[in-house]
Ligand binder design. Structure first.
Ligand code: ATP
Ligand code: MG
Length: 315
């Protein structure tokens, strides 16, 4: 689905409609702070079931090992290596065309590296299909929003939960009890996810009718529905005003605090510096830096890349 003409659509709070799920919204408004906190904890639990946060915190979750991606003569990624540790928010930055989205595509089976490996929990993805990679635990959002415009927000998220279903197609056709359970669980969980990302009040609206900011959040909810080990966000705050960006960063922190690992592509430096634990910098398909936000901010090669100074002048 393409981006609406006006990315600065007002956030839905200012809209008149509190629709099918208005009951929930009204209920939330009447809660005391303590009740609200308890409710949010319950939602967070539904959003991240069976997550063993403490167990693997800090160990390598995903590794790019000398990954090269070529398009004809163009080397979009040139032997790029970095690691994502469990429980962190890793920023992936670099000027336009640096290869950031190509990294996501190489990690999610859209493109095959011409050489090198992507390893999830130590196991190379090799030729795993996109669907298989989703099931293994990598989910992403897209730089240009891709939603099912004619489906409701809730349905878009239920589609995401489908990736985790255990019943076969035959089970679904025969309407086996297990399928019924999974269907109900999927709807409950999808609703919890919409609430988690802050758009439950528009659950019954078609995706194409949602304000732009809501569509971005819906994409995140749909990706979370697959219960990923790693959530990859490709410029989720593109087109947002400063306040919307700040709110989105709050959501990304909340996602991490709920036990997910996040890889974030974002151009806004202030925002990246504020939310990430570590940062990897690409330029012309090569990794030029990797470190803590404070180190990256001071790194001459990074400063040069952003100011457009030729490398020779920096060295
Ligand atoms: N499918 C493709 N076919 C040919 N070239 C491609 C393809 N996808 C990407 N490229 C090229 O690879 C390079 C890296 O592109 P990529 O989209 O990964 O950059 P990016 O860092 O995400 O940039 P942006 O910040 O503009 O989104 C660019 O030169 C781009 O034109
Ligand atoms: Mg990109």
């Amino acid at each position: 689905m393409s981006q609406p003409n006006n990315p600065a659509d007002p956030p839905a709070e200012s809209g008149p409609e509190v629709r099918a799920e208005g009951g929930l919204v009204a209920e939330l408004e009447q809660m005391t702070a303590a009740e609200r906190a308890e409710h949010e904890a319950e939602v967070a639990e539904v959003v991240a079931p069976d997550r063993e946060i403490a167990v693997g915190m800090g160990e390598t979750l995903l590794e790019l090992d000398a990954v090269t991606v070529q398009f004809g003569g163009l080397v979009a990624l040139d032997s790029v290596s970095f690691q994502i540790r469990r429980g962190e928010i890793l920023g992936l930055i670099g000027p336009n065309g640096a290869g950031k989205t190509t990294c996501f595509n190489a990690m999610t089976g859209v493109y095959r590296p011409s050489s090198g490996n992507v390893l999830l929990e130590g196991a190379p993805l090799r030729k795993a299909s996109r669907h298989a990679i989703t099931q293994l635990g990598i989910a992403r959002t897209f730089q240009n929003i891709r939603l099912f415009g004619e489906m409701t927000a809730l349905e878009n998220v239920v589609v995401g939960t489908d990736a985790r279903h255990k019943t076969s197609v035959i089970g679904a056709l025969l309407r086996l009890p297990r399928h019924h359970h999974e269907e109900r669980d999927a709807v409950d969980r999808a609703m919890a996810l919409l609430e988690f990302v802050g758009i439950a009040d528009r659950a019954a609206d078609k995706a194409k009718n949602l304000p732009y900011g809501y569509q971005r959040r819906l994409e995140i909810a749909r990706a979370l529905a697959t219960e990923p080990k790693l959530l990859c966000l490709d410029e989720p705050a593109a087109g947002f005003n400063p306040q919307e960006k700040e709110e989105l960063m709050g959501l990304i922190r909340k996602i991490r605090d709920d036990g997910y690992t996040v890889l974030l592509i974002e151009h806004d430096m202030k925002l990246v510096m504020g939310v990430t634990d570590r940062i990897v910098v690409l330029e012309f398909g090569k990794k030029i830096a990797d470190g803590l936000p404070a180190e990256i901010r001071e790194n001459p090669a990074v400063i040069a890349a952003y100011l457009g100074v030729p490398d020779d002048d920096v060295a």
